[in-house]
Design a binder for this molecule. Structure first.
Ligand code: CO
Ligand code: ZN
Length: 334
């Protein structure tokens, strides 16, 4: 059986951090990595940057620590909250789910009576925190407050089922790589970025500040391995995914080949990823300054942006191995 540090992963997954509100998760990650980095800093937008000194290439590893969520826009007289999305929140995925606020208040998402369920939109939905009036609600929750989805951490068979695997599983991969990394020939900047889910915002400023020679994002990707799924050549259990293209980037063939070569040389199972929807931090990194060669190691994940995202442990372990071997590589030509 594959083994991972499930206690750390659970802590990462359960810590509050909708985009723009990453204080708590930043603190958790900072405490976890402190003793393994040569230097740690937080930039003006809130990105957490851990540096591992070295003489070779400057490599930025980006995994985003924010998560999708909701923001309260109105509280009505009966105490029902209206809300808007933070990042890609589907009304269908949200219906009947629970959300959790910063103060740990839990709310249930309900909907108005609809004649046709196809008309379901977030503005037809509300959050019920079980209090009878506006007066009672606003003692705890107010307009502008944010919440993330609430669901348990499940470690079953060889997989993890949870909320926020996007992208705390990427943070987990980066943390485990940082911990295991011995002296490296390269200078590594592990960046736990903010506000990816609302448009790759943290990675943009972090990349400008660091000015790396190479950028590598670690994030989840979709799969094509469920019944009648849209055709996609990525599946759970088939290894770390090496991105070729998504909406935000066409990975430079040199970077794709570099990561592939490392996977082949070290016999790490991998698959190529072409994602039709969505992007990730490398999209912002590669357009920084006068251009920064960038790639992505992706962890295949089913049901992304739902409260029940699923990854296989074996893919997580292979992603950690692949990242370490790339970072340890001497003489990187890009
Ligand atoms: Co996402
Ligand atoms: Zn993501």
């Amino acid at each position: 059986m594959n083994k991972i540090n499930a206690e750390l992963l659970k802590k990462l997954l359960m810590t509050f951090g909708p985009s723009g509100n990453e204080e708590k998760i930043r603190k958790v990650i900072k405490e976890e990595i402190q003793e393994f980095a040569d230097e740690i800093k937080v930039d003006a937008l809130g990105n957490l940057i851990a540096i591992k000194k070295g003489k070779g290439k400057r490599i930025m590893v980006a995994s985003h620590m924010d998560e999708i969520g909701i923001m309260v826009t109105n509280v009505d007289d009966d105490g029902f909250l209206r809300f808007t999305n933070i990042g890609g929140v589907s009304p269908f995925m949200s219906l009947g789910q629970k959300v959790i606020f910063d103060d740990e208040t839990i709310g249930v998402i309900g909907m108005e009576k609809l004649d046709d369920i196809k008309d379901l939109k977030l503005n037809k939905m509300f959050i019920d925190v079980g209090l009878p009036s506006k007066e009672e609600v606003i003692k705890k929750i107010n307009v502008g407050d944010v919440a993330s989805f609430y669901s348990p951490f499940i470690y079953q068979n060889e997989c993890i089922i949870s909320k926020t695997l996007d992208d705390r599983i990427g943070c987990f991969v980066a943390i485990e790589a940082l911990k295991k990394l011995k002296d490296t020939p390269n200078e590594i900047y592990f960046v736990f970025t903010v506000q990816e889910e609302v448009g790759l915002r943290g990675a943009k400023t972090a990349a400008y500040g660091i000015n790396p020679d190479l950028g590598i994002a670690i994030d989840v990707t979709l799969t094509g391995d469920t019944p009648k799924a849209e055709v996609m050549d990525v599946g759970l259990g088939k290894g770390a995914a090496i991105k070729v293209k998504d909406r935000s980037i066409i990975v430079s063939p040199k970077v794709k080949d570099l990561i592939t070569e490392v996977a082949v040389d070290n016999e790490i199972p991998f698959q190529y990823e072409i994602l039709d929807a969505g992007g990730t931090d490398s999209g912002a990194i590669h357009l920084s300054r006068s251009g920064i060669p960038s790639g992505v190691i992706s962890i295949p994940c089913r049901y992304v942006h739902s409260p029940s995202e699923m990854v296989y442990i074996s893919d997580v372990i292979n992603s950690i191995k692949l990242l370490i071997k790339v970072l340890e590589k001497e003489k990187i030509n890009i």
